[in-house]
Design a protein around this ligand. Structure first.
Ligand code: ADP
Length: 323
């Protein structure tokens, strides 16, 4: 993959005080600033109506900003829309290709918009349809394909200009787990090869596993912008579910950990987020209890997300689950 670098070591994305007020008067973005470094796998999360699609729409020239700017590898959306478009691959939320065309035609035709010679376009279409396990469907009308195949086709299409920045807007909505895994296998592969990835998703477990950095947007404002590790580190309490053997008598009392017996093979351990797990295991071992597997009781990112968004709504408690 050869990339032209228009501005040396510019960030993959630099959003500067971006505002969007729709003609209806809705302020969808209220001065958003954000930086995504080259090579990052970045989560852009927020509840419905937060402004994610508006921001992505501005980056992909579908929406005009009211003020502020966004630069993709140093190229301003104001100064050079075409230049920005050449850097970006967009996988939109809605399936938006002509379902009477074949996957091969869809891929080759989109390459035409970028002025990519047809012979190169055909080679790329074969490569990406193969990598996304769609080659055996390449010459059939897409309306016959399953929802998961259509979503993978949108990824193949977004790769045709071999973008330096791939933006995925809810790419796995409604897709079953096996297809989702194959999609992530492809996307983590191109990220490892150097493509910057920005992901919006309602599956927070997916974001937690895949993304290194994260911004949360709510009511048109960035309310969190940090590394995934740091954000998860702010969780003050964690609850682990432990599958155990040797739980014969009563539950041992351990300092700093609240242990609850769920059944003869399961314990729940509630403790501060920073608690040393080695000491927990050592104490259990001393009591003849062996941990055979463990998991977080709830998804950690989801817990934080709900808290942050509720704080923004002034609810400060339970009620809304927004992702
Ligand atoms: P998200 O993608 O996070 O769900 P959106 O960017 O779609 O958020 O929406 C942000 C706000 O802007 C919402 O209040 C939404 O109703 C409003 N909005 C989005 N698109 C338009 C539009 N074309 N015209 C007017 N208001 C819009």
């Amino acid at each position: 993959m050869t990339h032209v670098t228009p501005a040396g070591d510019a960030p993959a994305l630099a959003v500067e005080n971006l505002r969007k007020t729709y003609s209806s008067g809705v302020e969808a973005l209220k001065g958003v600033s954000l930086t995504v470094q080259p090579g990052d796998f970045f989560a852009l999360l927020g509840p419905n109506g937060a402004g994610k699609s508006t921001l992505i729409g501005i980056l992909s020239s579908l929406v005009n900003p009211t003020s502020g700017d966004a630069r993709v590898f140093g190229i301003s959306v104001h100064a050079d829309r075409g230049g920005v478009m050449r850097q970006i691959g967009l996988v939109p939320q809605e399936i938006n290709f002509n379902q009477f065309e074949t996957p091969f035609e869809i891929c080759v035709n989109v390459a035409g918009f970028y002025g990519i010679p047809r012979a190169i376009a055909k080679g790329r279409a074969e490569k990406y349809l193969n990598e996304l396990r769609l080659w055996d469907k390449a010459f059939q009308a897409t309306r016959m394909m399953s929802g998961g195949m259509k979503r993978r086709l949108m990824i193949a299409r977004a790769m045709m200009n071999e973008p330096r920045l791939l933006i995925l807007d809810e790419p796995t909505a409604g897709v079953d787990i096996e297809i989702r895994r194959s999609m992530w296998h492809f996307i983590t592969g191109i990220n490892r090869a150097g493509t910057t990835v920005i992901l919006t998703t309602h599956y927070l477990e997916e974001a937690e596993q895949l993304c290194r950095n994260i911004a949360i947007i709510d009511h048109g404002e960035i309310i969190e912008d940090t590394s995934m590790r740091k954000l998860l580190g702010t969780l003050d309490v964690q609850t682990l579910v432990l599958d155990v053997t040797g739980l014969d008598g009563s539950v041992p009392a351990l300092a700093g950990v609240k242990l609850t017996r769920i059944d003869g093979q399961t314990l729940e351990a509630e403790m501060p987020g920073s608690h040393n797990l080695n000491s927990l295991f050592a104490a259990l071992t001393e009591h003849g209890i062996t941990v055979t597997s463990m998991r977080n009781k709830t998804n950690r990112l989801e817990e934080l997300f709900v808290r942050l968004v509720e704080r923004g709504n002034g609810q400060g408690g339970k009620g809304r689950v927004a992702a």
